[in-house]
Write a protein that binds this ligand. Structure first.
Ligand code: NDP
Ligand code: OXD
Length: 307
């Protein structure tokens, strides 16, 4: 079995880990020749010419949950499965990140840090918890983990997704008609939608304005889901109280971007849930073994919906 690896910026670590997990396979850095002979490919941010040359592969594994970094994901033949990471240690990290952001906003740690700077002893009145409604856009692997976790902290939680979900203790919404109701009550909005043709620029001025005054946004999905200028104008007008942003249209976030120094914005460098080598390689190796045994696998990207 031959496996071609193209991983920006570091194929070597992945090749070494994959060789340990699949000692029976011949695993090497992608080349045009290997691409034409490989049974599987493992990729992250491949240039446009990598996928079309994978003429014999049974599956292409993407080293991330989102496949938007693949220039033309469907330039592989129809029968070939494009497989994303599902969880692989990312749900736990995402839960940590969003929980911290929720507690920081709900308990106003940012405001207290400001008061401490002025040696100001001033308890702030707190919103009743039942009014701090958490809304999660996307209820897949990561969105549902975040929803469950915040629900276990007794926040009222709702999710919105393309197909209807059933999550214990969580109010579930679907469809464009329900979106207004969903956003209209959400005080703390978490974006965990994939970036697709349908979701690009999803959080624009019209949709963000539906959030009640004083709401917060957390974007941990992809930068292009949010229209930056629309978000900035709603933060500047005071309609939104704050935004915690881990992902951006251009990464690294350019030094001159207004998000860096905006008093209502918290910026982190795409670290909410990083790809873990050990967990990811174990998941890919297990899936390759299942495919070889003729068994179905999870995490196969749906061509029609693009995620
Ligand atoms: P999933 O595919 O498991 O979940 C996606 C969710 O979004 C599903 O609930 C899906 O609905 C919903 N959805 C997709 N399109 C639409 C739409 N047009 N309208 C409404 N709902 C929609 O993905 P994950 O949870 O694993 O990951 C989500 C995203 O998080 C990734 O695509 C990636 O971009 C980002 N990510 C960011 C990381 C970071 O470090 N910042 C790390 C990992 C991921 P349905 O359930 O009905 O299919
Ligand atoms: C992912 C990511 O999609 O790391 O997995 O952003």
């Amino acid at each position: 079995m031959k496996i071609a690896v193209y991983c920006q910026p570091d194929s070597a670590t992945w090749i070494a880990a994959l060789r340990r997990a699949l000692p029976e396979a011949q695993i090497d850095r992608w080349s045009v020749a290997l691409g034409g002979e490989a049974d599987y490919a493992v990729v992250w941010k491949p240039p446009a010419d990598v996928l079309p040359g994978l003429t014999r592969v049974k599956a292409v594994f993407n080293l991330g949950a989102g496949i938007d970094a693949i220039p033309d994901p469907y330039s592989i033949p129809r029968g070939v499965q494009l497989v994303r990471l599902d969880d692989a240690g990312m749900a736990e990290q995402m839960v940590e990140y969003v929980t911290y952001a929720a507690l920081r906003c709900y308990r106003e740690f940012g405001a207290y840090a400001g008061q401490q700077g002025d040696a100001l002893w001033r308890p702030r009145s707190r919103l009743p918890k039942h009014e701090f409604i958490v809304g999660v856009l996307g209820a897949g692997v990561l969105g549902s983990a975040v929803a469950r976790s915040l629900s276990s902290l007794k926040f009222p939680v709702r999710v919105w997704s393309r197909t209807m979900k059933q999550l214990a203790g969580v109010e579930c919404f679907t469809g464009k008609e329900a979106l207004g109701r969903f956003l209209g009550a959400t005080r703390f909005l978490v974006c965990l939608l994939p970036l697709t043709a349908e979701t690009r620029d999803f959080l624009d001025h019209a949709r963000l304005s539906l959030l009640p005054p004083g709401a917060y946004l957390v974007n941990v999905a992809r930068g292009a889901l949010v229209v930056d200028d629309d978000l900035l104008s709603l933060l500047d007008s005071g309609h939104l109280s704050g935004a915690t942003l881990d992902v951006f249209r251009d990464e690294p976030l350019p030094p001159q971007h207004p998000f860096w120094h905006h008093p209502r914005v918290v910026v982190t460098p795409h670290v909410s849930a990083v790809t873990l080598v050990k967990d990811s390689v174990e998941q890919i190796a297990a899936k390759i073994r299942r495919i070889e045994a003729g068994l179905p696998i999870t995490g196969v990207v749906d061509r029609e919906h693009g995620y």
